[in-house]
Design a binder for this molecule. Structure first.
Ligand code: ATP
Ligand code: MG
Length: 331
């Protein structure tokens, strides 16, 4: 039996080459070895105010991008979180088991409530419990987590312990963090001290998967570097340039050293022009496939439905066990 892996991306902003390099590209390589579930976290997106029409479009677009980036709907279970109602149902049960104190400790809540100080809603606070439900519904063995999600996975493990203390063992699997091949962390193009983030308000900070080539060229050309002239990899003193070298290295599958050697005696501008071309070339087939997929919404919806049905088979079995264990009558 293959081990079960689950991961997702919140439906906010535009998927970036950071998401591609740090997450989706790795998801693709896991699809042979593991039993993978990948979802578009549309419910998580609601912790921030959303325009309904935009949210609808974005969810469809993210799903199509998962496919265009090479996630195979036959090998994986690909779905939208809201299409599997068990997520919200389990989330409520777990919310009632989670002490406020544990949620108060979440650093991401502190960060995000500063970021969205005008909309500090209860969902922002209980979001890690919904994430625990996402994970526990599928008896997932492994969860690929970035630094920013480690604390939430710990909370999920605590919740399993609370549940078992009350209701006994055997309902949930204790998930482990998955530390795969070190996925590169891609930094913002205008400020390399922070990570590239898809919900960044300044779109010059990221390259989106579906940006047209002209836009990609412009964004990379205007990426902030330094006033030096020698191309070398030095994340501390040349953070912007080093970030470009990292992107170059991952996409060209060559080492940073090889690239630095190639650019000996050349200027930053040369590197930027070539990198922009490489990014455009890499994304070209993805964008073509994406355009095709977006032309046929019925097909996309059929795939979503198929994925949700596959997901629900597992999720409903777990939820049934939970309801039974906690004393809710069968329906
Ligand atoms: P947001 O700003 O909305 O949080 P995000 O870009 O951080 O957007 P997430 O939905 O939080 O995206 O994360 C999706 C996946 O992409 C996660 O696995 C995360 O680790 C990965 N990821 C996000 N940003 C980067 C980045 N700059 N470099 C590498 N991986 C990234
Ligand atoms: Mg994030």
């Amino acid at each position: 039996m293959k081990k079960i892996i689950l991961s997702g991306s919140t439906a906010t902003g535009d998927l970036t080459i950071g998401n591609y390099i740090g997450a989706i590209n790795n998801w693709k390589s896991l699809q042979e070895e593991f039993d993978c579930l990948y979802f578009v976290a549309d419910l998580h997106a609601l912790t921030v105010k959303q325009d309904p029409e935009q949210l609808r479009k974005r969810c469809l677009s993210f799903f199509a991008q998962y496919l265009a980036l090479g996630l195979d709907p036959d090998k994986n279970t690909l779905f939208l979180q809201s299409h599997v109602p068990e997520h919200t149902e389990l989330s409520w049960v777990l919310t009632c088991l989670t002490p406020m104190g544990n949620l108060n400790r979440m650093t991401q809540f502190k960060d995000k409530s500063q970021q969205h100080s005008k909309n500090i809603n209860a969902g922002l606070f209980t979001y890690p419990v919904l994430m625990a439900a996402d994970i526990l519904l599928y008896q997932a063995d492994l969860i690929p987590v970035g630094e920013d999600q480690k604390q939430h996975l710990e909370l999920c493990r605590d919740i399993v312990v609370y549940f078992e203390n009350h209701y006994g063992e055997g309902v949930f699997k204790m998930p482990e963090p998955y530390i795969g091949e070190q996925g590169a962390r891609i930094m913002s193009l205008q400020d390399a001290s922070k990570k590239m983030s898809k919900s960044d308000e300044n779109e010059k900070n990221f390259v989106s998967i579906i940006d047209p080539p002209k836009k990609i060229q412009k964004k990379i050309k205007s990426a902030v570097t330094d006033s030096g002239e020698v191309i070398s990899y030095d994340p501390e003193n040349k953070a912007g340039l080093s970030n470009l070298l990292t992107i170059y290295s991952v996409l060209s599958k060559r080492t940073v050293n090889q690239i630095v050697n190639d650019y000996e005696g050349k200027m930053y501008g040369h590197l930027k022009v070539d990198l922009a071309e490489l990014v455009c070339e890499t994304l070209k087939p993805v964008q073509e496939k994406y355009e095709d997929l977006m032309k046929n919404e019925d097909h996309l919806q059929a795939l979503m439905k198929k994925g949700a049905n596959k997901a629900r088979e597992r999720a409903s079995a777990t939820l049934k066990n939970v309801y039974d264990r906690i004393g809710l009558l069968p329906r």
